[in-house]
Design a protein around this ligand. Structure first.
Ligand code: PLP
Length: 480
């Protein structure tokens, strides 16, 4: 039962939506049914393939390179793994993105995960505007922090206490600090291909951009900093047992993406997560589920709900902030009460719990809670249709394509598969992926620009979008 005042407001906002969504044309995205008449058409024609202009984006890239290394503020945005110039985006609505040259793209990366409701969802935009009109940052406590925490706890009851931060990187590094303090031990176990943000100790054999650029870790990280990090192969319980036997009473925590998204989508083998839980519990080691990507996406309660798992600590981000900078770490009371000001573990943030991020988070998570019975089946249906439809087109074209999907996150690996770990993902045909990516982009389909990233479906994606995607993929396969 949702009780916060903030959500009660959003319930009222959503009540007409409920009626409209399932009794009118089903092909419209969920929230568009409740939108006031848009001033601009929400679905202008996609320009034909040969007409994709790139001149303005190219100029903007050159200008950006005068200020930012590689012209970007986060490395995978530079499109180095797939080649070509990255389009500069100027606007997004629903499932669509528009670039500076006026090209429209159907979005399958959702800002790397947060945009589960689609872009510029009216209820989120309204919530942020209202919050901004009351002040954008106070550096003091606000009621909205507990409003959002109340919603988070409904979805993730294992987070008995939590703290809001501004990025997933902060969430994971802070969780590890508390876990080390709680156990009085130093070693951190992570898994190859998992990415937990860019804190020094976690860049060992990491996924995402680290895998995309093929670098083993990062320059500028002293050996001493990573000597307490053990990187093990994912989905290999024997490797975990061996590490625990070898480093008896030295391991503070195990941190894992329960479904790997940052090496492409790699599901856990049957029983793998339960075995991790059992081994860590037996050894008094803190199990941290990094649900920055999977939280609110694989189920309302993330992977821990989907796989029926009770971690000691959880990290959230992305969807939690509804597209604004917000993340959280939390878990058992006895661990979390070690944080300052109650305990000796220091952690802080000027913009933590920022009121705009709280407002966007409440609007987004509130919507998911309120509509959970319909949201997750819809995501499942659309995601299965697009992932399997493209897989079938590949089979018909004689292209080796392995499709891996859990809920609304998926990857098309350019190999027969299945992929069970990072080493397997790295055996993909990266040149074929780059070609596929380029041809899809030219047809107005925006996929994540690396084989080592998951694609995402939002509630704004429609069956027509699925059909368009499959048609574009057929064209791409024919060109390969
Ligand atoms: C699983 C996971 N953990 C942590 C992070 C780091 O989050 P942020 O980019 O907000 O620092 C990411 C980012 O993609 C992620 O996917």
């Amino acid at each position: 039962m949702v009780t916060s005042k903030a959500l009660q407001t959003s319930q009222q906002d959503n009540s007409c939506r409920e009626d409209l969504v399932y009794h009118r044309r089903r092909s419209l995205p969920l929230y568009l049914h409740s939108m006031p008449k848009p001033s601009a058409p929400s679905r202008p024609e996609t320009k034909p393939l040969e007409a994709r202009q790139q001149d303005r984006s190219r100029l903007l890239q050159h200008r950006a390179e005068r200020f930012f290394p590689g012209g970007v503020n986060s490395p995978v945005r530079a499109f180095r793994a797939v080649g070509g110039d990255p389009p500069f985006l100027t606007r997004a609505e629903g499932a669509y993105l528009w670039d500076a040259d006026g090209n429209r793209y159907l979005d399958y990366f959702g800002s790397w995960g947060p945009m589960i409701l689609g872009h510029a969802a009216p209820s989120v935009v309204r919530a942020v505007q209202e919050a901004a009109s009351r002040g954008t940052s106070f550096g003091a406590s606000t009621p909205s922090e507990a409003d959002l925490a109340e919603l988070v706890q409904q979805a993730f009851p294992s987070m008995e206490r939590m703290r809001f931060v501004s990025s997933g990187t902060e969430a994971t590094m802070s969780a590890i600090r508390v876990a080390r303090a709680f156990t009085g031990r130093k070693l951190v176990v992570k898994f190859e291909g998992c990415y937990h943000g860019h804190a020094d100790a976690l860049l060992v054999k990491a996924g995402s951009g680290v895998a995309t650029f093929g670098i083993p870790g990062s320059a500028g990280v002293p050996e001493e900093t990573v000597q307490h990090t053990l990187a093990l192969p994912f989905n290999d319980i024997a490797a975990v047992e061996a590490a625990f036997a070898h480093h008896k009473d030295q391991i503070a925590c195990v941190i894992v993406e329960p479904v790997v998204g940052n090496a492409g989508c790699i599901p856990p083998a049957a029983g793998y997560l339960a075995a991790l839980r059992e081994i860590t519990q037996r050894a008094g080691v803190v199990l941290i589920l990094d649900e920055v990507m999977t939280g609110f996406r694989l189920a309302l309660g993330g992977a821990q709900e989907r796989y029926n798992l009770q971690p000691d600590m959880t990290c959230l981000g992305k969807i939690l902030g509804g597209g604004l900078p917000c993340a959280a770490f939390g878990g058992r009371v006895e661990i979390m009460q070690l944080l300052a000001p109650l305990g000796p573990v220091y952690q802080a943030g000027t913009l933590s719990g920022n009121p705009l991020a709280m407002a966007a988070g409440i609007a987004t998570v509130g919507y998911l809670i309120e509509h959970r019975e319909r949201v997750y089946p819809q995501l499942e249906m659309i995601s299965a249709a697009v992932a399997d439809g493209v897989a079938q087109a590949a089979r018909q074209a004689g292209i080796a394509l392995g499709t891996q999907r859990v809920g609304s996150m998926f990857t098309w690996f350019f190999q027969a598969g299945p992929v069970t770990d990072y080493a397997g993902a790295a055996r993909s045909d990266l040149a074929a992926f780059a070609t596929f990516h380029r041809v899809m982009l030219d047809q107005g389909l925006w996929l994540p620009p690396s084989q080592f990233e998951a694609a995402f479906v939002s509630l704004a994606h429609t069956p027509q979008d699925v059909a368009d995607t499959i048609a574009a993929a057929r064209h791409a396969f024919a060109a390969m």
